[in-house]
Design a protein around this ligand. Structure first.
Ligand code: 9MR
Length: 456
């Protein structure tokens, strides 16, 4: 033993002393094995953010892969295992074996887990590909509800809808069997996801949105519309599969979404290898740090050999697991920059309520209906009159043959004929002149008569 070699207990004691000193000095506490500033995850955490990787269940037996994963990253995304074809291979038969493996790998390492993706026109299971109309809509919403319920409380952010916008200059939606069920399929999916897992942040995720362009503007307009109508959306994912340049409006684009009141996340980052790879990685990292609502970055794989972009070597570690120049550029950018700290916003912002329960007054309600052949989503606005409400019930009459299949932000009694929707706890009180919203989804035709509101 050389004179500098410490025996195990002495080394442990020294490490404990050193890390206690580091804690006192910085005032920061990190979970997991990573040391502050020396790994991607720890360094991002110092800036109030996560640094994640997409991982594949089939590689978890590779010890180089898992060593890097567990040392460097504090968030994971299932590269394929939580997609529709993986989780519902036959209609109504759910298989969570592989998705749970990714989840448990992440949670057991103290990482956040991003959910990817509840609905996507690609990788639909075979049985759904031939479906259209209300049968597909109901199957899709059921899928969202089932999968988000299975993972309830465990997923940090869900990509509720992936890649629904068209490439090119139209700024409009991409054609798909999901889109053909009606333009409101995206909001119906978000509402179903919120209903199933109120604690998860709900994201829209897409590619070729890495700057201000027609496609990102189309998405921007959708998010603005969702926010104005109370559709529950919390975040937008920018995949950032980049080539050899980065758009000069990359950061400004993130910022304009953040200004709408949603978090932004870099969700699938990889950059073609070339002279600029390290610089582009650093620029993306700096852009995220500069936008206070940019809450984290995920790279789409660990080693170049794990990447879907075969031959492009687009990741931070080479095929042998060595750190590349791009790795160092990201770590340096994380350590150097960023004074903006993401606010900790809960997924739902309940309306502010007075501290003393107000008396109940008169009220009214209006319905906005999105219908398609065989189904509907109803959004109901409950309005307080000139005095505040302390509890409310809305009576809705459905046409015969129609039924309520899910409800959010209220509790339904009954599902057909006359259905009463009672407030939940957080929206029981409505100040004078104020309002709140709840919604429900159903099969058949939606209600036609104005609902009746009873206070108290
Ligand atoms: O990396 C994923 C690859 O293994 C799959 O074969 C492919 C299937 O379409 O999906 C890849 O991941 C995609 C992600 O889910 C959505 N954005 C684009 C990603 C790269 O294609």
């Amino acid at each position: 033993m050389s004179r500098f070699t410490l025996t195990r207990p002495r080394r442990a004691a020294l490490l404990a002393t050193l890390s206690a000193a580091a804690l006192t000095a910085s005032g920061l506490v990190f979970a997991g094995a990573a040391d502050a500033g020396t790994t991607l995850g720890a360094s991002a955490a110092e800036k109030g953010r996560y640094f994640g990787a997409a991982i594949a269940g089939g590689r978890l037996g590779d010890s180089t892969y898992t060593r890097i994963l567990r040392t460097e990253f504090n968030s994971v995304t299932a590269e394929n295992e939580m997609k529709w074809d993986a989780t519902e291979p036959q209609q109504g038969q759910f298989n969570y074996t592989n998705g749970d493996r990714i989840l448990n790998e992440g949670l057991s390492n103290g990482s956040k887990v991003r959910g990817h993706a509840l609905l996507w026109h690609n990788q639909e299971p075979q049985w759904a590909r031939s479906m259209e109309g209300s049968a597909l809509r109901n199957a899709a919403i059921n899928h969202v509800t089932q999968v988000a319920t299975h993972y309830k409380g465990k997923i940090h952010s869900w990509d509720v809808v992936n890649e629904a916008f068209a490439d090119g200059g139209s700024g409009g939606r991409r054609d798909s069997n999901l889109q053909r069920t009606g333009n409101d399929w995206i909001e119906a999916a978000f509402r179903a996801a919120r209903n199933a897992d109120p604690g998860a942040k709900l994201c829209y995720n897409d590619y070729n949105t890495d700057g201000i362009n027609a496609k990102s503007t189309g998405i921007y307009n959708m998010v603005r519309d969702f926010k104005s109508r109370g559709v529950p959306i919390d975040c937008v994912g920018f995949q950032s599969h980049l080539g050899t340049t980065i758009d000069s409006t990359y950061q400004a684009n993130l910022q304009r979404f953040a200004d709408l009141g949603v978090d932004v996340q870099i969700t699938e980052l990889d950059v073609a290898q070339g002279g600029n790879q390290a610089n582009i990685y650093a620029a993306v990292t700096r852009a995220c740090l500069a936008v206070s609502r940019c809450t984290g970055i995920t790279v789409w794989g660990i080693r170049d050999t794990d990447s879907w972009r075969t031959g492009e070597n687009p990741l931070l570690f080479d095929g042998s697991g060595n750190k590349k120049a791009a790795y160092t550029a990201v770590l340096n950018a994380l350590n150097a920059g960023g004074t903006t700290t993401p606010p900790t916003t809960p997924p739902t912002t309940p309306p502010s309520t007075p501290t003393t329960p107000p008396p109940s007054g008169s009220c009214s309600a209006t319905v906005t209906l999105n219908s398609w052949n065989g189904g509907f989503v109803a959004n109901v606005r409950v309005n307080a009159g000139s005095s505040a409400l302390n509890g409310w019930t809305i009576r809705v009459t459905l046409p015969s043959g129609s039924a309520v299949t899910s409800t959010w932000s209220a509790t339904a009694s009954g599902s057909s004929g006359t259905v009463n929707f009672r407030n939940v706890d957080y929206n029981r009180q409505i100040p004078a002149g104020g309002n709140t919203e709840f919604g429900f989804q159903g099969t058949g035709a939606g209600p036609t008569a104005t609902p009746v509101c009873t206070a108290g």
